[in-house]
Design a protein around this ligand. Sequence first.
Ligand SMILES: NC(=O)c1ccc[n+]([C@@H]2O[C@H](COP(=O)([O-])OP(=O)(O)OC[C@H]3O[C@@H](n4cnc5c(N)ncnc54)[C@H](OP(=O)(O)O)[C@@H]3O)[C@@H](O)[C@H]2O)c1
Length: 334
Amino acid sequence: MKNVLITGASGFIGSFLVEEGLKQGYQVYAGIRKSSSRAYLQDPRIKFLEFNFSTRETVMETLTECLRNQIRFDYIIHNAGLTKAKKKEDFYNVNCRNTINFIEALTEKEMVPEKFLFISSLAAFGPGNPLTGEPVRLADEPKPIELYGKSKLDAERYIMGLKNFPWLILRPTGVYGPKEKDYYVFFQTINRGMEPYIGFRKQVLTFIYVRDLVRLAFIALASPHLQKGWFVSDGKEYPSELFAEITKKALGKRTIRFTVPLFIVKTIAILGENIAGLWGTMPTLNTDKYNVLSSTNWRCEIEPLEQDFGFKAEYDLEKGVAETLAWYKKENWL
Ligand SMILES: NC(=O)c1ccc[n+]([C@@H]2O[C@H](COP(=O)([O-])OP(=O)(O)OC[C@H]3O[C@@H](n4cnc5c(N)ncnc54)[C@H](OP(=O)(O)O)[C@@H]3O)[C@@H](O)[C@H]2O)c1
């Protein structure tokens, strides 16, 4: 039986990676923190390992313990990451510095796995050209527009610069599904009868349902590919109105539609950032968030994914949103 270590196992995507690994017959090691919730990690087959990635030495403590117990990893999915941060420097520290510490510790302990899959993000490349509407392509120069994307790109550059390291990189676009908490706010807003838009320009979004993403992660691990990266989406494009339409239909709701002009959002973001900056924190609506919300082209190239893996998403937005909303309702989130 092959084994796989999944970091960030307690989170939204991580818990689905764990479930998929178990389904496919792997021995799954869930990499978590001391403080992590195990609410979504209840399967008795899961083995837990506590990691502190903040220094190479603290990572090595856990790896030493693994070796003492004769645990080595065939595959590692490094999924732990920060998508939102209280302080600007947290993005770099968690998404990049921790990744470097982890890889250095693995190397030092001679525990480099057969494959190391890094869960990056489309944000590492940034959005596509708004004028041409062309998708972001692998051959493009990455142009992240916020600190989150920059920190993922920094980690990618470090990984890709390593000689003989067995890396793979997946760069998902927006991931949604049960347990997810950001798109959930949008679903909640629609459920309350409101349909907000930011700015008057048409926005094209892309998505991947979490179950498709985790299935792909294991396809990539079992494939012969090495030292390669891919964007990940379900292959379709969704104008923001269509996202709202699909949600309204699934919820059976009518809404009041309104648009907040970009300059108002930008003003709030700048003011909030300046005020929160006095305490060294970042507000939820900040200039980075504004940059993301005001970008109109989130298309990305997925032909390489289809060619290399024959990958086809099983869920389009309609099917995925229906399953997601059913889960939110079952869990009384909606
Ligand atoms: N959701 C998306 O739309 C999306 C899109 C593209 C890429 N991604 C990437 O997918 C990965 C998972 O994201 P998610 O949406 O599942 O987020 P999530 O639900 O917030 O999960 C993040 C996971 O990372 C762990 N983590 C955070 N900071 C850590 C630290 N300092 N040390 C160790 N573990 C830490 C968290 O542990 P705790 O439970 O202990 O906090 C949690 O298990 C991230 O790398 C993210 O950048 C997400």
